[in-house]
Design a protein around this ligand. Structure first.
Ligand SMILES: C[S@@+](CC[C@H](N)C(=O)[O-])C[C@H]1O[C@@H](n2cnc3c(N)ncnc32)[C@H](O)[C@@H]1O
Length: 229
């Protein structure tokens, strides 16, 4: 099956792991193992760190292609496979005391599953750790990223790095409406936040956005409201 990240994105993941020097990396969604190889090779070149790949379908649907590629690249000793859906695997990792500095999210792309991946990842991620989202230009993934930066202590890391940039040029009517909405908050708050502040203005550009965790969650669990996103 023809499923893999582009070379440019693989190089980006490799550089991030080289830069961060994590002791533990996690990836959700292994498929043919392309992203696993870029991440694991960076760990090998760092001389430190283990990688956990989570994919419930690695053997059933992918016939072990990801793990075979990892072995062919001579990286089998760096990579562990967990064959469970991420909403089960990540809490298991948390329960067993695993902490990760780098997580790549590329599993189920449905909004609620990506949101669950973000929540469970955050609970493993050290402060200063990075989460890379594949397909961050898909609406469901973009919305999760918008939620994270509007409601949690996260920022877009390296916004200047744009993988597969797509040009966005809003029409005149949109620009005028946005200008009026910003000048008249009573009107503006009636519009969708993603219209009022387009994702590209938040640094969400291209197909692989990376978030940096600034600090742990400190919201009141009984809070009634979240910031619009
Ligand atoms: C787009 S592919 C991953 C591509 C891979 N990261 C690469 O670059 O080669 C998505 C993967 O997510 C896996 N997947 C689907 N649902 C999942 C879930 N609930 N938890 C974890 N992985 C899931 C699929 O089996 C598939 O391998």
């Amino acid at each position: 099956m023809d499923v893999y990240i582009p070379r440019e994105e693989g190089n980006y993941l490799y550089s991030l792991v080289r830069h961060l020097r994590p002791t533990r990396t996690v990836e959700i969604g292994m498929a043919n193992g392309l992203s696993s190889v870029f991440i694991a090779q960076a760990l090998r070149d760092n001389g430190v760190g283990r990688h956990t790949a989570i994919d419930p379908f690695q053997n059933s649907d992918w016939h072990g292609a990801g793990m075979a590629l990892v072995a062919k690249a001579g990286l089998a000793d760096v990579v562990d496979l967990v064959e469970l859906p991420s909403h089960q695997a990540l809490p298991d990792l948390e329960r067993s005391g695993v902490r990760a500095e780098f997580v790549f999210i590329d599993g189920s792309h449905l909004f609620d599953y990506v949101l669950a991946d973000f929540l469970c990842t955050d609970r493993l991620l050290t402060d200063g750790g990075l989460i890379a989202f594949d397909d961050s230009d898909w609406p469901a993934v973009t919305q999760v990223i918008r939620y994270a930066i509007s409601n949690r202590h996260y920022e877009v890391a390296f916004p200047e790095v744009v993988i597969e940039s797509s040009r966005y040029s809003p029409g005149l009517a949109n620009r005028l409406l946005r200008r009026v909405a910003r000048a008249v908050p009573k009107f503006g708050t009636r519009l969708r936040p993603d219209f009022l502040t387009p994702s590209y203005e938040q640094g969400i550009r291209g197909r692989c956005v990376v978030l940096r965790k600034l600090k742990a969650d400190d919201r009141d669990s009984q809070s009634r409201f979240h910031n619009p996103f």
